[in-house]
Design a binder for this molecule. Sequence first.
Ligand code: 4NP
Length: 155
Amino acid sequence: MNKTKILFVCLGNICRSPLAHEVFQHLVNEHGLNDRFEIESCGTGAWHVGELPDKRMRVEAQKHGIKMTHRGRTLQPQDFEYFDLILPMDKSNMKNLLAQASPQFKDKIKLFRTFDPQAHDMAEVPDPYYGGSEGFENVYNIVARTCKALLENLT
Ligand code: 4NP
């Protein structure tokens, strides 16, 4: 069976999208579904290419048994064709992706929290970068809940 290829997208690729990437990968591993999914994340910005996730995000993830090892990667033009589902964390990233995607690929792009059972329409994962540690905890809770629902939706 072809793998479903999922790309999680945020601005810097050091907080929200690598968390979604690694949480979703963790769930896929737990369920023995590695042959069904290929998972990646990227940033629309290139400031943090090659870097580990933000320390504050890594500390929060580690509290939940997830060791983040992703290295920052920026969006590539070929990603639109390669991935099946492209899931931006907020409306600004969504707008940026839609502006770059060829018309035939735009349907692949959906706000990540479309899959959050507790979210209202057009809900976003708030950018935690300039805030305190409670922002990272909030991001973790949103991402964990939404990844679980996303996996249920796709299996
Ligand atoms: P992320 O958070 O998009 O969730 O990775 C950010 C990380 C870095 C910056 C902004 C947001 N930055 O401006 O460097």
